[in-house]
Design a protein around this ligand. Structure first.
Ligand SMILES: [Zn+2]
Ligand SMILES: [Zn+2]
Length: 336
């Protein structure tokens, strides 16, 4: 299946799946832990949205024996479905089955013999409430605190836009957003996802802030108690901060309030996907790959974590190489 770690052959082409080397790199979406592999590659395979979001001018390949399926994770996120030796191969990238405000849900592949699946939340405890339920909780909280200043911390690409969409749709609020978040919103707009917001630093934003309580969507690193104290000092209104992240199910954060909103499938979503795709062989990657593979085996699937051999970089499964080193998903990943 893999001729090297995370590299497959599609026809004559060696395609690196968000890894190094190969004739072309497949980039599932614009988050940096995935997209960074597109920088070194000469040619890339990704959606047009992803190419624009990562600012890539590399040649974008359109393969005859491969297609991109929606992944439901953020604007332009895709799964790769390809004809390889021995059958149909699918790589999910980061995915989410439920539709969001700024995304459709992930498409279920019609045919899938070999599956490479992400396991960010691939452990049985990682179960989130339904998205609509989380939106309802957030709406209630925003409405209760409408007179105050509210700061939502969100990863700047993807999650921030979903939060702005939520505030527009559920609360009738156009939040103040950081410049970087606003720049990403402009790209969303070009692809038909309209988001009402006010760019920080503009006259309009300053007026909103001076006018009493306001709502803002800022990068996670900025949305903390320190900022809230500053904001209440400057604008004279109590300020609250909140974070929307899947990790809310088990970690605590310095932000005051945490809502369990994720752009990844939770454990049940992963199992639902695997049951739907019904592959002959499954490789797990990007997060809890060992736990997920064990859970899938317990459900009767032939599953193994995709690991890198310490030397040589040749892909093997855990069973074949007990000393294999799993490549961990960055800790930030789940915040998206
Ligand atoms: Zn991601
Ligand atoms: Zn990721």
């Amino acid at each position: 299946m893999f001729d090297q770690y995370k590299r497959i052959r599609i026809g004559e082409l060696a395609v690196a799946l968000e890894s190094e080397g190969g004739d072309a790199a497949y980039i599932s979406h614009a988050h940096s832990d995935h997209a960074s592999y597109g920088k070194k590659a000469e040619k890339i395979i990704c959606s047009e949205e992803t190419a624009v979001l990562i600012g890539s001018s590399k040649e974008r390949l359109n393969l005859e024996n491969a297609k991109l399926l929606d992944a439901g994770h953020m604007l332009g996120s895709t799964q790769l479905s390809a004809q390889v030796e021995g059958g149909k191969f699918v790589y999910t990238g980061d995915f989410k089955l439920e539709a969001g405000i700024t995304t459709k849900g992930a498409e279920m592949p019609k045919e899938c013999d070999y599956l490479l699946i992400e396991g960010t939340y691939g452990e049985p405890g990682a179960v989130f409430p339904k998205r609509e339920e989380v939106f309802a909780q957030m709406q209630k909280w925003v409405m209760q605190n409408k007179e105050k200043t509210i700061v939502f911390g969100a990863y700047e690409t993807g999650k921030a836009q979903e939060m702005i969409g939520f505030l527009n749709k559920y609360c009738g609020v156009a939040p103040v957003v950081s410049k970087k978040i606003d720049d990403v919103c402009k790209i969303y707009g070009k692809f038909g996802v309209k988001l009402e917001r006010v760019r920080a630093g503009t006259h309009e934003a300053e007026e909103m802030c001076m006018g009493g309580g306001f709502t803002a969507v800022l990068p996670v690193r900025e949305a903390n108690e320190g900022l809230c104290r500053k904001l209440s000092g400057v604008y004279g209104k109590e300020a609250l901060c909140a974070l929307a992240t899947g990790w809310g199910y088990k970690r605590s954060f310095s932000a005051g309030k945490v809502f369990c909103l994720s752009d990844h499938a939770d454990f049940n979503g992963i199992i639902e996907y695997v049951n739907g795709a019904n592959p002959k062989k499954i490789y797990c990657t990007h997060g809890n790959e060992k736990t997920l593979a064990r859970e899938l085996r317990a459900r009767g699937f032939d599953a193994a974590p995709l690991v890198k051999k310490e030397e040589g970089g040749v892909q093997t499964t855990l069973e074949m190489a007990p000393k294999g080193v799993a490549v961990q998903c960055s800790a930030q990943c789940g915040q998206r």
